[in-house]
Design a protein around this ligand. Structure first.
Ligand SMILES: Nc1ncnc2c1ncn2[C@@H]1O[C@H](COP(=O)(O)OP(=O)(O)OP(=O)(O)O)[C@@H](O)[C@H]1O
Length: 244
């Protein structure tokens, strides 16, 4: 574990701070967010602020906020980190290796890898031996997790399940376990996946509270709704459609 905490630099907020990102309820009234475990999940409704904080952490890590690590220089339009200048990271020890994965701009990252491949000796070694564009979305994600992610690093993943089948989500859990055990890698993952959230011993931070707070796996909507759905799909759907 490397990143111990994030401090929100409220005194740096602009005087007129009635707009995004200063108005996000989960982040508005908290000073410090601690990361006591190797694996942390950000959960919460759409628009609750998970990506905003994750991007800001990636920005402070000097990772490419489109997707990538420290040495991936390319530009994506939606690569900004609006909250990036308003947080401070506390490390023990400082970690510069790692990767920020943003599912929605992964295509541009794959193109960037192809661009730099022309100059490299074994260009796709870190991506399973072939261009990410020549792999399916899910295959490309898993190739990245398996080959590019090293034993020591901090991995910031924004909805990695976007491209992964349930079986591949289990594969990601296995990769995380291996990296955590072998070298103590740290993961901070924004997710809606009840499978990923089941990682044993993880810290789960709910962005549905103001300020955000730690909750148990069984408290998450992801667990409760999925469980109710699977236990009695017919009744669940009848009740849902009755409300329409
Ligand atoms: N560039 C932006 N300009 C203005 N508002 C924004 C911007 N990006 C996000 N927001 C708003 O800030 C809030 C938090 O967005 P954010 O993307 O952090 O949510 P999220 O929890 O990651 O959501 P999701 O689960 O849908 O990915 C939302 O209300 C969103 O509309």
């Amino acid at each position: 574990m490397y990143l111990k905490s994030v401090t929100i630099l409220r005194e740096q907020f602009p005087k007129k701070n009635r707009d995004y990102p200063f108005t996000i309820p989960s982040l508005a009234k908290i000073d410090t967010i601690e990361f006591p475990r190797n694996v942390t999940f950000f959960v919460g409704e759409n628009g609750s602020g998970k990506s905003t904080l994750l991007e800001a952490i990636a920005y402070q890590c000097e990772f490419n906020t489109g997707s990538g690590g420290r040495n991936n220089y390319y530009h994506v339009d939606r690569g900004e980190a609006a909250f990036g200048d308003y947080i401070r990271l506390s490390w023990l020890p400082k970690m510069t290796q790692g990767f920020f994965l943003r599912a929605e701009s992964f295509y541009q990252f794959a193109s960037h890898v192809d661009e730099t491949a022309r100059l490299a000796l074994r260009p796709y070694e870190a991506y399973g031996g072939k261009s990410l564009h020549e792999q399916s979305h899910g295959e490309a994600f898993l190739a990245l997790f398996t080959h590019r992610f090293g034993k020591k690093g901090i991995y910031l993943l924004d909805e990695p399940e976007a491209a992964l089948s349930p079986a591949r989500q289990l594969s990601l859990l296995a990769v995380m376990r291996r990296l955590e055990r072998e070298g103590g890698s740290q993961f901070i993952i924004a997710t809606h996946s009840p499978i990923l959230l089941g990682y044993p011993g993880a810290q789960i931070l709910s962005f549905d509270s103001a300020p955000l707070r730690e909750i148990a796996y069984e408290e998450t909507d992801h667990y409760q709704i999925t469980r109710r759905f699977l236990e009695n799909r017919q009744r669940f759907l009848t009740e849902l459609f009755d409300e329409v």
